[in-house]
Design a protein around this ligand. Structure first.
Ligand code: HMG
Ligand code: MG
Length: 292
């Protein structure tokens, strides 16, 4: 039987949040439409965070409203606290993602609170989301290194992932926020987490800062992970992770998975089309890294 791998597209959120240009709502909506046309069924549409901190994600409510009632695609949005959840619910969000860190310093820089405080904020957010029938995904950042602290103990990564799962996240995405991992490190990290959270509830989220993302994904597929985050065109980075470059390009993930014989339901040429559209809108039309 052909095995399925689910690709979670994060381009419209992780991709666009770190770009110098802020795209208008219509362009963000068109980008998402093109990603849907490429066969993606989970597409992160934006964030409900402080627009002063991340102006690129302002107006996510208007982006979501453009897809009101749309079936067959899930459009999760990042939510850091109750303010974000209220706004997401009002905009019709049916799925949210909460985001924790395995590193104290990154937690402070990114969401202005400690790891412990972040869980105090998340608990009522998840409770309320679930009461509204809204699915909750979780992220752990800095799973293979922190831009401020360097190495991060695997036990801390596993602890944070386990706490997110225990809170009620249906899936926990393990983020190499600054793209410092290499395959054996990625494998060891995933194994450590999978001892505490079932593999079927885990996803991997690699940034490609040092060109290791596809190799790391391959190692994690060998370990059994079947959900992979990607960003069309390799857009992306985190404003609070200096030196972090784009996420792994979704078109490269699709090429890898096609070649390995996995089924994704995603068309690589159509992803490239969406990526080209976003890059041109950002004034970076020449930055498309791959040919057909
Ligand atoms: P804070 O300063 O601690 O919050 O920020 P506060 O409650 O003291 O509020 C401060 C101001 O923010 C107030 O406005 C609030 O109304 C407003 P003011 O009175 O100053 O005008 N505010 C909000 N506005 C909109 N939406 C909200 C919200 N909450 C408060 N939800 C906060 C805390 C988390 C909001 C802030 O630190 C923030 O927005 N941080 C940005 C976080 C972010 O988006 N980071 C990038 C995404 S994470 C990532 O990229 C990693 C990932 O990809 C995985 C990986 O790669 O590892 C997921
Ligand atoms: Mg990221």
């Amino acid at each position: 039987m052909v095995e399925h791998v689910r690709i979670v597209e994060v381009g419209p959120r992780d991709g666009l949040q770190n770009e110098a240009a802020t795209l208008p709502v219509e362009t963000r909506v068109s980008f998402i439409e093109k990603l849907i046309a490429a066969g993606l069924t989970t597409i992160e549409a934006g964030s409900f965070v402080s627009p002063r901190r991340v102006p690129q994600m302002a107006d996510t409510a208007a982006v979501l409203k453009a897809f009101a009632g749309r079936r067959g695609v899930s459009l999760p949005v990042l939510v850091p606290n109750m303010t974000g959840l209220e706004a997401a619910l009002a905009a019709g969000a049916r799925e949210i993602a909460i985001f924790a860190s395995a590193s104290e310093s990154f937690s402070q820089k990114n969401i202005n609170c400690s790891i412990a405080e972040s869980f105090e904020r998340f608990a009522p957010v998840v409770e309320r989301a679930q009461a509204e029938g809204v699915a909750v995904r979780g992220y752990v950042s800095c799973v293979l290194g922190c831009p401020y602290e360097g190495a991060v103990p695997l036990s801390r990564v596993a602890d944070v992932a386990e706490r997110l799962a225990a809170l009620g996240c249906y899936e926990v995405s393990l983020g190499d926020t600054i793209g410092v991992g290499t395959p054996n490190a990625a494998r060891a990290m995933l194994r450590a987490v999978a001892e505490r959270v079932p593999m079927k509830s885990l996803a991997v989220h690699f940034h490609d800062t040092k060109g290791q993302a596809v190799a790391n994904i391959y190692a994690c597929l060998e370990e059994g992970v079947r959900v992979v985050d990607g960003s069309a065109g390799g857009l992306g980075g985190c404003p609070y992770a200096p030196g972090a470059s784009g996420n792994v390009a979704t078109e490269d993930v699709v090429y890898l998975l096609d070649g390995l014989g996995f089924e994704t339901g995603v068309d690589r040429a159509a992803i490239m089309e969406a990526a080209r559209f976003a890059l041109e809108a950002l004034g970076k039309g020449g930055a498309m890294r791959r040919g057909p």
